[in-house]
Design a protein around this ligand. Structure first.
Ligand SMILES: [Cu+2]
Length: 130
């Protein structure tokens, strides 16, 4: 009876220590989301030369179909600044100056992505990814 009485507290101590350290290390790991907004601008193997042309406060074509992750060029032929901004999260060219050209990368997930001009929100278009 003597050896077991000595062993038990030791066992409990070892087990509790192990549980404590396991708990502490797993839950304390704070996953800080590093907002990496810098997308690599390496244009390697352009898929399709899809282009959205803005003219007379309208997107042309109004519905553009591209492959996932392909590069889309936006050309502004108006005398006003426009943007191509997806309604939900997806893409945003930012300001495209009159006569200017911008490009963005299409979403990698297939779907229908409505977009607007942030400045003239009556301007609507749809990017279809498939
Ligand atoms: Cu506009």
């Amino acid at each position: 009876m003597r050896p077991s009485k000595l062993l038990l507290p030791l066992l409990v101590a070892v087990i509790s220590m192990g549980v404590l350290t396991a708990c502490g290390s797993s839950t304390k790991a704070s996953s800080s989301p590093t907002t990496a907004s810098g997308s690599p601008s390496g244009s390697s193997g352009a898929v399709t030369g899809a282009t959205i042309t803005i003219k007379n406060f309208a997107f042309s074509p109004s519905t553009l179909t591209v492959t996932p992750g392909s590069k889309v060029t936006v050309h502004n032929e108006d005398s006003a600044t426009h943007t191509v901004t997806s309604v939900s999260t997806g893409f945003n060219t930012g300001d495209v100056a009159p006569g200017g050209t911008m490009s963005f990368t299409a979403p990698s997930t297939a779907g229908s992505y409505p977009y607007i001009c942030q400045i003239h929100q009556f301007m609507h278009g749809t990017l279809v990814v498939r």
